[in-house]
Design a protein around this ligand. Structure first.
Ligand code: ZN
Length: 253
């Protein structure tokens, strides 16, 4: 690519597999922990959560014990940050709620969290948001089911629970990125959970180069330009550093 060419917009669609090296298991996927354990699934199903205080008390204990909030970004998250710092326009659309892309240093507004974030809580009545860490301090101090400090409403993690709709604003932005990107890299996602999976197809239909980095086959492999089966922790850095080298504007720090 010549120096006068505009660098490509790179969209990264990330799923549970990108956080495996950070010690976070797949909870939500078709074979994820929640789907295999009906009792655990109730803790993250909106209807049960809202109806049953016992479910909420267990959900708070699960959040308290969750590894996700203590996890650190890994080489794959770091590689996305290097791509941004090399001057390549990048947007991340993630199915993960662990916040590790931002923690690695990626600009917050460049991350679209389809399933929300486990790092915040939201009031189901007045919609006020606050930090998960703050709510967990209240749990540690003895509140089994901390209520909203503003209105007394039921608090939940700011994730999209089973039975809840995806945020239409976030989804709309993700659609626009899928339509407008020149390269779409689907990484660590089974591409079997909709509507997230369809974003890969939308990108390909709009002319993007579709690259799939995943250990297992996905339904979108047949339309992909490239399928990479190597471990994400080494494959994604290699792929993104290659794009940065050919399309970047500034040397990586
Ligand atoms: Zn409230």
């Amino acid at each position: 690519m010549g120096s006068n060419d505009k660098p490509p917009l790179v969209a990264i669609l990330s799923g549970a597999g990108i956080s495996t090296d950070s010690g976070i298991p797949d909870y939500r996927g078709p074979n994820g922990l929640w789907r295999r354990d009906p009792e655990a699934e109730k803790l993250v199903t909106y209807e049960h959560y809202m109806a049953d205080p016992a479910i909420r008390r267990r959900a708070w204990l699960m959040r308290r014990d969750s590894e996700a909030l203590r996890a650190r970004p890994n080489a794959a998250h770091d590689a996305v940050v290097r791509l941004e710092r090399a001057g390549v326009p990048v947007r991340v659309i993630t199915q993960n709620v662990d916040g590790l892309h931002q923690l690695a240093g990626l600009t917050e507004r460049k991350v679209l969290e389809l399933h929300g974030t486990a790092r915040a809580v939201v009031c189901t009545k007045c919609h006020r948001r606050s930090a998960m860490a703050e709510a967990l301090e209240r749990v540690a101090a003895g509140e089994a089911d901390p209520a909203c400090l503003a209105c007394g409403g039921i608090l939940k993690s700011a994730t999209v629970m089973f039975g809840q709709r995806l945020d239409p604003v976030v989804l709309g932005k993700a659609m626009a990125v899928a339509k407008g990107c020149q390269i779409m890299i689907a990484v660590g996602t089974s591409l079997r959970v909709q509507p997230a999976a369809s974003l890969a197809g939308i990108a390909a239909e709009h002319g993007a180069r579709l690259v799939i980095v995943n250990a297992e086959p996905t339904p979108y492999d047949p339309i992909a330009d490239e399928v990479v089966r190597e471990p994400i922790g080494s494959a994604l850095p290699a792929l993104l550093d290659g794009i940065a080298a050919t399309s970047g504007r500034a040397p990586a720090p």
